[in-house]
Ligand binder design. Sequence first.
Ligand code: ADP
Ligand code: ADP
Ligand code: ZN
Length: 215
Amino acid sequence: MNIILLGPPGAGKGTQAQRLVERLGMRQLSTGDMLRAAVKAGTPVGLKAKAVMEAGELVSDEIVSALISDELAAMGDSTGAIFDGYPRTEAQAVSLDGILEQHGRKLDHVIELGVDEDALVERITGRYTCAKCGKGYHDKFERPAKEGVCDKCGSTEFKRRPDDNEETVRTRMAEYRAKTAPILPFYEQRGIVSRVDGMAEMDAVTAAIEAILKG
Ligand code: ADP
Ligand code: ADP
Ligand code: ZN
C-alpha cells in the first residue's frame, strides 16, 4: 500500500502519518523532515534548502525527488509508504510516478485533508515536537499527558520549527494554493482521490483514513 497525504501546512499530515506508522507498520516519507535533517547536518542539500525553507518557499523539484528516491531504495519492498508533504508540484507528481515504477510500486490512495484556512495559523503557531523522538504536539490541541514530558519516549526536550510563524505560514499557504492544490486533478483522473474532513478531532480523522485504506 502506497498513499499520499495531501493538504496545506498544518492540515494534520504529519500527525496522521505518525499514527498510521504505529498502527499499520507503514513508513512515513516526509520531505520536510528529510530537508530539516539535511539542514541540521549541514549537507550540500541542507545548505541550499535552508533559506528557501525559512522563507516558506518551495525547494527545487530535483532535490526533493532525489531524497524520496533514495529513501524508497533503502526501504524493504513489503513496507507501505506514506508520502507526507510530497509531491507538492506537478513536476514532483510526474517524478513520483517514475520512482514508484522503478520500485515496482503503485499509488493506491491520495488522501486530501481539508481544513479551514483560519484554523491553520493557530495550528501552526502552536505546533511543537519532541526533540528526541519527533512526536508531534500542540499547545492547545495535543498536550502531553504529563506537562513537559513526552508521552512516547519520556524526553523533556521539545522544539519548534523556525518557519512556524504567522508570516511564513501565509507564504506556505499561498504556495500550496498556487502549486500543490492544482495537482489534485492529475490524481482525480485516476479515481484515487479521497477527501477527509481535517477539521474533525484527530481520532476521527484517523478513523476516516483507516476506513479508506480498508476500502
Ligand atoms: P502538517 O504535517 O499537515 O503540517 P501537523 O500534523 O504537524 O500538520 O499538525 C499541525 C498542528 O496541528 C500540530 O501541532 C498538531 O498537533 C495539530 N493538529 C493536527 N491535527 C489536528 C486536529 N485534527 N485537530 C486539532 N489539531 C490538530
Ligand atoms: P508542513 O508540514 O507545514 O506542510 P513541511 O515540513 O512539509 O511543512 O515542509 C517544510 C518546508 O520544507 C516547506 O515550506 C518547503 O520549503 C520545504 N519542502 C518540504 N517538502 C517539499 C517538497 N515536496 N517540495 C518543495 N519543498 C518542500
Ligand atoms: Zn519523545
